[in-house]
Design a protein around this ligand. Structure first.
Ligand code: C2E
Ligand code: MG
Ligand code: MG
Ligand code: MG
Length: 283
């Protein structure tokens, strides 16, 4: 009897696996289709100087405009794209699209060349062969200046193999591109290693920003990250700024750049252009 159960258990397990594999194949092919049918879209979230209100950068955040499901957030499909490897083609599309858009805004006089475009890189993209050649090729094709591009990677991506990370970041920095650590504070960076990497910015994770100034722990962590950035001569930016209190706290503590719903949600192209015009008009 025990044997039967085992066999049934096994059969059940393998059917379950087949169903999941099937579901994955379906989703994967629809992600391919999304790319072919041009269903992916970039939204842009402004990054501002917290004191002067001037625009410092835009973060490109991908969405999937699905014909039936509507706007699908990256949290729902980036992990799958990552798992299946489609992220390589998708990531290249995202980068090229973001650089092309930036260049068009610069040439149209909507943005000055000091404003950065930040693009997220997933772990698999970071590992891809000839990443810096790919990035360099896109910069050449689009005509965007390397100093206008910032790539965001997470601490966990960075800390897997420190020697490889040093090598890859070195090649990207040699192009003139900037490197930000996204969601900083949520991973396990070693300070020794941080110091040895050619970084340009730390982005304080929004989980530490959301409860300041009330949560003493978050206040301490945010202050520590700001101090760390300063001692490593890195820029620092706070994510998820939603209130005036947070803005004031950050400014007081020396973090002078931020992004968050207080200033703007990520915006689709037309809405972002209105935002830029209003900013330029001082309105
Ligand atoms: P992330 O790079 O840390 O992006 C910040 C996320 O915080 C975005 O979510 C943004 O909409 C959200 N956010 C901005 N301001 C606020 C705020 O004031 N409060 C709160 N609660 N949230 C805020 P989104 O767009 O859903 O993206 C989620 C994650 O998906 C990103 O986190 C990033 O890891 C990934 N992702 C997005 N676009 C791309 C992409 O083009 N490539 C890759 N590889 N990953 C991407
Ligand atoms: Mg990011
Ligand atoms: Mg983040
Ligand atoms: Mg908290």
């Amino acid at each position: 009897r025990a044997k039967d159960e085992g066999r049934n258990g096994f059969r059940y397990y393998s059917e379950e696996l087949t169903a999941r594999a099937f579901e994955r194949v379906l989703l994967e092919s629809s992600l391919h289709r999304a790319l072919e049918r041009d269903e992916l879209e970039l939204f842009y979230q402004p990054q501002l100087d917290l004191v002067s209100g001037e625009l410092r950068g835009l973060e490109a955040l991908v969405r999937w405009r699905h014909p039936e499901m509507g706007l699908v957030s990256p949290g729902k499909f980036i992990p799958l794209a990552e798992e299946s490897g489609i992220i390589i083609v998708m990531g290249e599309w995202i980068l090229e699209h973001a650089c092309t858009q930036m260049r068009a805004w610069q040439q149209g006089g909507l943005l000055d060349e000091q404003v950065l475009i930040s693009v997220n890189l997933s772990p698999k993209q970071f590992d891809q062969h000839a990443l810096s050649e790919m990035v360099g090729g896109i910069l050449t094709r689009t005509g965007l200046s390397p100093a206008g591009l910032e790539l965001e990677i997470t601490e966990s991506t960075m800390m897997r193999s420190i020697e490889r990370t040093r090598h890859v970041l070195g090649a990207l920095r040699a192009l003139g591109v900037k490197i930000a650590i996204d969601d900083f504070g949520t991973g396990y960076s070693s300070l020794t290693q941080l110091k040895r990497l050619p970084l340009t910015k730390l982005k304080i994770d929004k989980s530490f920003v959301s409860d300041i100034p009330d949560d003493a722990n978050d206040v301490a962590i945010a202050k520590a990250i700001i101090a760390l950035a300063s001692s490593l001569s890195l820029e620092v930016l706070a994510e998820g700024v939603e209130t005036r209190e947070q803005q004031d706290f950050l400014t007081r503590e020396g973090c002078h750049t931020g992004q968050g719903y207080l200033f703007s949600h990520p915006l689709e192209v037309a809405a972002l252009e209105r935002f830029l015009l209003a900013l330029r008009g001082g309105g």
